[in-house]
Design a protein around this ligand. Structure first.
Ligand SMILES: C[S@@+](CC[C@H](N)C(=O)[O-])C[C@H]1O[C@@H](n2cnc3c(N)ncnc32)[C@H](O)[C@@H]1O
Length: 232
């Protein structure tokens, strides 16, 4: 991970509260203690019998080391994985396709949208993309620019953007700060009444009030059932 600069965090916090948004309410997601992001990834790999895996953002390899498929690539400019560089650089030179892609790199809207679009373009038929950190509990964990160690960023806004589109079906699993699951199939429940151009301008208050509808939240078991049924 990039080095943490505490002074910069203080400036960012001040900037955010003065010029961006102030909102005190929190969401209690009550994430189960014993289910991690890699448990969902591993289960999906098992159900779909996947043999190739790409991870964007690896850090200490907590997820990457848990994935047992032999054909795996982990991309990170600073630490972990087996490809040193940014996701933009990786995708600019990549010409292969993957069964399963886990996006967990820079948690900022524009970068996540890039990572998701590039991933959709190199996803095998029947493949699945997962994104981490899509359920922030409070404004501090979702603020961009970042000022917290535990940070989800505004990944959720990218999910809103793709929930409006007609060609992806997305659900969000209520585990481990939120893991959204994207399939390249017709959107069964497209989000209405939001202009796709306004997604970046949404704020945490919008998320607080609409997160169930925006994110299409499901329990771990419900997501497993959904994945099993949509592969029949
Ligand atoms: C939250 S950590 C990843 C955690 C890991 N996926 C896991 O499950 O344990 C985010 C990582 O993204 C990396 N990162 C930051 N900017 C990136 C970029 N532009 N492309 C790829 N990775 C990036 C950081 O270096 C950091 O290691």
């Amino acid at each position: 991970m990039e080095k943490i600069n505490k002074f910069k965090f203080k400036i960012n916090k001040l900037f955010y509260s003065l010029f961006k948004e102030r909102f005190n309410k929190e969401i209690n997601f009550d994430f189960p203690q014993n289910i991690n992001r890699w448990d969902l990834i591993k289960e999906i790999i098992k159900i779909r019998n996947f043999s190739s895996y790409l991870e964007i953002g690896c850090d200490d390899d907590h997820s990457f080391n848990n994935i047992t498929v032999n054909d795996k690539i982990g991309v990170d400019p600073y630490s972990g994985g087996n490809f040193r560089g940014t996701s933009n650089f990786f995708f600019s030179q990549n010409n292969r396709k993957f069964d399963c892609i886990f996006i967990d790199g820079l948690h900022e809207y524009d970068q996540v949208c890039n990572d998701l679009e590039n991933s959709l373009n190199c996803l095998k038929e029947n493949g699945i993309i997962l994104l981490h950190d899509t359920l922030p509990a409070n404004i501090h964990q979702q603020a961009v620019p970042r000022y917290k160690i535990i940070w989800n960023g505004d990944v959720w806004k990218s999910i809103v953007k793709y929930r409006i589109k007609k060609d992806c079906d997305i659900v969000t699993c209520k585990i481990d700060h939120g893991v959204s699951v994207v399939q390249k199939i017709i959107n069964k429940k497209p989000l209405k009444n939001i202009d796709i151009l306004d997604c970046k301008k949404l704020n945490f208050k919008d998320f607080y009030e609409n997160h169930k509808e925006y994110m299409r939240i499901m329990s771990y078991k419900e997501v497993i059932d959904y994945i099993s049924k949509s592969s029949d």
